[in-house]
Design a protein around this ligand. Structure first.
Ligand SMILES: [Zn+2]
Length: 215
């Protein structure tokens, strides 16, 4: 039986990196709901009109709308042997809809959460600095600039902390993630489908673990 992988992890936990490694090494089909909604909105039909209307209103896409887009996307040939979902499901209603879809498609759902303590995520995120000229990103702890707070490529330019990364904003982002995701994690856990991965390990090790779960 092929698998649907639900990949979860807090902002900064390395979900994006792991998704990329999976694509490179396993050639998995990856489905990011954000990307497909944006792409789908460019087309010319009733569904695209509906997505554009939601986007214009600034509201979040409804569970039903997201589900229809996922259903359409995963009906393609490249998803026949399973796929990796990123950013979906976000709600319990979506999780229930995904159960139905998985049964129809003959796939088994496996949820993977990359666990990193929030304290560490806060440290990681708030240590980020970027060059306002070239956009190069540094990290005080993991990738410091050669000269104190100055870009390696632009020694005259002082690095700035990304506005988005201020401690307060990072906290809010993590709390929002936690509130949204906790019910889903509990759900997959009680269904015996949850794999927790220690996200403080090296990214290659994390990748190997995920690979092991998928195969
Ligand atoms: Zn620079």
């Amino acid at each position: 039986m092929s698998k649907i992988i639900v990949l979860m992890g807090a902002p900064g936990a390395g979900k994006g990196t792991q998704a990329r490694l999976l694509k490179e090494h396993l050639d998995t089909t990856q489905i990011s709901t954000g990307d497909i909604l944006r792409g789908r909105a460019q087309e010319q039909d009733a569904l695209a009109d509906e997505i554009r209307a939601v986007q214009a209103s600034g509201k979040l896409a409804s569970d039903d709308l997201v589900m229809r887009v996922v259903e359409e996307r995963t009906a393609r040939e490249d998803s026949a042997n399973g796929y990796v979902l990123d950013g979906f499901p976000r709600t319990m209603a979506q999780a229930k809809m995904l159960e139905k879809l998985a049964a129809e498609q003959g796939h088994k759902i496996v949820a993977i959460v990359i666990d990193v303590p929030f304290e560490l995520l806060e440290k990681r995120a708030t240590g980020r600095l970027s060059c306002p000229v070239c956009g190069e990103i540094y990290n005080i702890r993991t990738k410091p600039p050669k000269n104190d707070k100055r870009c390696d490529f632009h020694p005259d330019v002082e690095l700035v902390q990304r506005v988005d990364d201020s401690a307060e904003k990072v906290k809010i982002r993590l709390e929002t993630y936690s509130e949204q995701t906790k019910p889903l994690i509990d759900y997959y856990d009680s269904a015996g489908r949850l794999h927790r991965i220690d996200g403080t390990k090296k990214r290659e090790e994390i990748h190997k673990e995920i690979e092991g779960i998928i195969r």
